[in-house]
Write a protein that binds this ligand. Structure first.
Ligand code: KG4
Ligand code: ZN
Length: 345
């Protein structure tokens, strides 16, 4: 079965072509970072206009890359939510038009379910049951997953998501959007023990997260240590001070993300853990997950970095499994902004 996946929930217009769950024939991701960068974050109205411009060329490029035409597509998989409504609507309307004109069945895919499925795009696939941490710009959620379609939310952020914390701290440091990649790069030259930023563990049994406090701590630290961290005789912060702030902030976030995921694995007595979502591209988080996994004798799986951040391959794969369940979505389906699988029952 050939699936065309389309993703437009935030600031990436993406299309991918998959054959069953085995072969990725095309994977095109068109990022809007350059457009939003100067505003320090995603501007929803600009995002949807850009999706509108890009969606046709991106899908066309994916079909060319796969060496197929639309007539060979057996199923369409499209991100239905959560995300920015205007952005989602572009992808969903485009898919509906294709479905109608070409009479191709289609399924709506939850973006978070897509991130959960993304680990099956890599070589190192997990065995069920497992605990999965999905850390992205909008969510930091821990799921107990028993099979492809049964996942229960057991922990989530009470305020900011982990990726959001990276993005906000980058803004405080006058670094460009998105914050994750640049902070992790600068952190390589810094000392993670230089500043002890608070780890928010909440109450001892909780698997929830809270990341809003740490960004305030970073802002306060900078305010209180102006003299210390300025380059003598120059304007601006020294590169060494910035690197130390990045490394120390990253270490605090990584500690909590990995620590709580391992705790969830113990609580649910599972032997496998999964790390996915945009923040899973963070090299230090990947390293600590592997180390902690070894210590706890857990098998750790994570997708290759290019499948951590938003892409349509994960949507196509989730679509494939959905089609295999004989589930198709009706043409009157609507988009949604808040995740349906991350709300605690
Ligand atoms: O999954 P994703 O591409 O989009 C959402 O669904 O939100 O995640 C984007 C988030 C952004 O907040 C970005 O700063 C973060 O993932 N991110 C990273 C890294 N690369 C991307 N965070 C930490 N370290 C990274 N290397
Ligand atoms: Zn995402």
């Amino acid at each position: 079965m050939i699936i065309l996946g389309i993703e437009s929930s935030c600031d990436e217009t993406a299309a991918a072509v998959m054959e069953d769950d085995r072969r990725l024939l095309a994977n095109v991701v068109n990022s809007q970072i350059d457009l939003h960068g100067i505003y320090g974050g995603v501007v929803p109205e600009l995002a949807s206009r850009k999706h509108l411009e890009d969606i046709y060329p991106v899908v066309d490029q994916a079909l060319r890359q796969a060496g197929i035409t639309l007539d060979q597509v057996d199923g369409l998989a499209i991100t239905q939510g959560p995300g920015l409504i205007g952005s989602l609507l572009v992808g969903v309307s485009f898919a509906k038009a294709l479905a109608l004109v070409k009479k191709i069945p289609y399924v709506g895919v939850d973006h978070m379910a897509g991130h959960l499925f993304s680990v099956f795009l890599g070589e190192n696939k997990p065995e069920f049951p497992y605990i999965a941490l999905i850390a992205s710009g909008g969510h930091s959620s821990i799921f107990h997953v028993t099979d492809h379609f049964h996942y229960r939310l057991v922990g989530r952020t009470r305020d900011d998501a982990a990726g959001e914390a990276f993005d906000k701290v980058a803004k405080i440091l006058d670094l460009p959007y998105p914050g994750g990649p640049i902070i992790s790069e600068l952190a390589k030259n810094g000392d993670p023990a230089a500043i002890s930023f608070p780890r928010s563990w909440l109450d001892p049994d909780s698997l929830d997260f809270s990341f809003s406090g740490i960004k305030t701590s970073v802002a306060n630290y900078i305010k209180q240590n102006q003299q210390l961290i300025m380059n003598r005789g120059e304007k601006g912060r020294s590169a060494a001070a910035t690197a130390d702030i990045c490394a120390s902030f990253q270490e605090a976030v990584v500690d909590v993300l990995a620590g709580k995921t391992m705790k969830a694995a113990r609580n649910f007595n599972v032997k496998n853990v999964v790390l996915a979502g945009g923040v899973a591209a963070n090299p230090r988080l990947r390293e600590v997950f592997r180390q902690m996994g070894d210590q706890e004798r857990l098998a750790v799986s994570m997708p290759p970095q290019k499948f951590c951040t938003d892409n349509a391959a994960m949507i196509a794969l989730a679509g494939f499994y959905t089609f295999r369940q004989q589930a198709v979505t009706s043409l009157d389906m609507d988009v949604y902004s808040r995740s349906r699988i991350t709300e605690l029952a």
